[in-house]
Every structure is written in C-alpha cells, then in structure tokens.
Design a protein around this ligand. Sequence first.
Ligand SMILES: [Zn+2]
Length: 308
Amino acid sequence: MKTPMLVVLAAASGLMAAAPAHAALNVVTTTEDLAAIAREVGGDKIKVESLSRGYQDPHFVEAKPSFVFKLNKADLLIAVGRELEIGWLPPLITQARNAKLQPGAAGYLDASLTAKILDIPTGQITRAMGDVHPQGNPHYWLDPDNGKRIAMAIEKKLAAMDSANAAYYAQREDDFERRLTAADKGWQAQMAPYKGTQVVTYHRSWPNFADHFGLDVMGYVEPRPGIPPSPSHTIDLIKAMKDQGVKIILVEPYFDAKTPNSIARETGARVLVLPPSVGGVPEVADYIKLFDYDVRQIVDAIKSTRVK
Ligand SMILES: [Zn+2]
C-alpha cells in the first residue's frame, strides 16, 4: 500500500497542518472551467475560486492584487497548463509565497497532463513567432471526454490531499461522468445531421470541440495563434471560404468582431459569438451547460445558413 508514503509526503509539505479533516480544502483554479469541474468532484468538501472569468481571454488575464492573496491562502492550485497561463500566472505564484503551489509541488495540479492534447507542434515553434500554443493546444477542456479526464485527475489529487473524504470524491466523480456521458448522447444526436460542416474560427480554441462533435475547422481569422488578423491573410481566407462555401465564423466573446464581420459581409457567412468557457455568458453556469449552450447555438446557426 502507498498510504505511508502519502502520509510522509503530506506531512513534509505541510498539508496535514493546513487541511485538517474538518476544514474544506481551499482550491484556486486559473479558469472557470476547471473551477466548475472541481466543484462537481469536491462538492461541499472544498472551497473553489477561479482567478479568471469565463468571458476573458485566458491567455491574457489582467492580474489583480487579490489573486496573490487567494494564492497565498490556497491548498491547491489547478491550472490548464500547456503555457495557456504563462503570460500572467508565474509571477503571481512567485509573489504568493506559498510553497505548496509551486509547479511540481503537491498543491499544484496541471490538468493537461492526463488530457488528450491536439496540435502538438512537430517543427520548431518559438514565442518570438507569436505562437501562443507552443506545447500543443491548451483549449482541450472543450471536449467532454477531456472533462472526464480532468475530473479524474482532480479526484485523485483531492483524495491524496484529503484521504478521509476519498470515497466522497470518488462517488461525486462517478456521478459527474455518468451525467456527462448521458448529456453527450444528446449533444451528439443534435450534431449528427451536421457532421463535417466546415467552419472558420477566430482563434484556435475549438480543435478538441470540433474533433468530438464532427465539425471541420477549415481556417482561422488569426494568421497564427495570438497574431491579430492581417489584410493579406484575411483576403486569402475570404477566397477559401467562398470557394468552399463556408457559412459559419465562430468568434470568442473577447475578440474584436470587426474583421469577422467584414469577412461575413464578403462571404455571406454568419458570425456566431460563442463562449469557450463556463461563465462566458451568464446562462453557462457549469461545465455541462457550456456544451448545452454551444451545441444549441451551433446547430441553430448551421440551420439558419441552410434555410433558403
Ligand atoms: Zn489559445
């Protein structure tokens, strides 16, 4: 059994003192998606707070002084990883002076480690080129199967930190997976008639979503992840969309709609502003509602472009 080792590790990292059995674990996440999944698994045995809001671009979150305070008090930090938060999180972790949360420490969970990651670069990619996805696509939570993988990783972590409630976390994780699987059957049924529909997206936020639900992302408004639209790229994109009859442009709520709107005018496509995260719009209050909302919006948009 590994229990003795866990006890030693927990004692060495100060977890025993910070989280006695009767106190809720204090969990901080970088995004509302991770907070929503942690809430599903942790129930009332944990307190969860997200640093960023779902309507913000998670690559570029404005750090507030309150973030440092929250990180200082946290037992566990759950991050998306794959450098999604590299522009804002590392200095906050340094300033928080909380040894438990340093990357590699017991109170730091990189949720990407057990997820299915797409777009892993094969050639040399450097940040100097502007690409904000140098370690593969960090928007992996937009696949319900990755939602399950994230939930399992959180369950394992919570059980290790708070073994008295391990059965509680396991039961809640099972229940979440069961509800997610049932909901996914409905989403797949809604999307089934539209499999293979070509779409353009602003940023590369949707490869996992497209993979799971059978959409075909044929181009991007950004020339490269993190690089704003350029006239030459936009002209090429308009031509490709006209050639292939692409009628949907997905735009994350935090991007300027000016270029997507002008592309839509040229091509007759429809711009659909779609939240990629929990909290992106008020009715998307949890992880399952995120897909309820996005799938419904996409299906409605595709239908509207096909009505003549
Ligand atoms: Zn991105």
